[in-house]
Design a protein around this ligand. Structure first.
Ligand SMILES: [Zn+2]
Length: 138
């Protein structure tokens, strides 16, 4: 099933890699959706993170043919040997592997979001405590 070997993917330039991703998706009938309209994928440096990562079927298709999770980071097209940096799209659960620096960028983003959530939880707990104390005193 895999059409691209790891060595082939690694040897691609950034342009070749982005073009290969878009050409394969377009040929297989995948389209990016924007405001209810459908467009062919156009290769640019943000196409993966900006559009493709939001379609779990497209992500799975790219895995099947060997274009992602196969030696290159789809976010920045940098060579990536190590597949321990796993990202999951928050909207649809699509999972793919990226390079260390893209992982760090994204993980920081996630940590900031989580930090915000735990802050809210603490505020709610404090508010409930104050409300309880006020009720006790009345
Ligand atoms: Zn990267």
């Amino acid at each position: 099933m895999s059409r691209y070997t790891r060595d082939q993917v690694k040897a691609m330039t950034r342009d070749e890699y982005e073009s290969a991703i878009c050409n394969e998706l377009n040929a297989a009938g995948f389209r990016s959706e924007f405001q209810g309209k459908y467009f062919e994928y156009e290769p640019d440096e943000f196409v993966f993170g900006g559009a493709i990562a939001f379609d779990p079927n497209a992500v799975n298709y790219l895995k099947q043919i060997g274009l992602i999770d196969n030696g290159k980071c789809p976010m920045c097209s940098e060579r990536e040997e190590d597949l321990q940096y796993k990202l999951q799209n928050q909207n649809n659960g699509a999972v793919y592997h990226v390079c260390k620096s893209c992982y760090k960028k994204y993980a920081q983003h996630e940590r900031a979001k989580r930090g915000c959530c735990s802050c809210l939880v603490i505020i709610v707990i404090i508010a409930l405590l104050i409300w309880g104390i006020v009720k006790l005193m009345n």
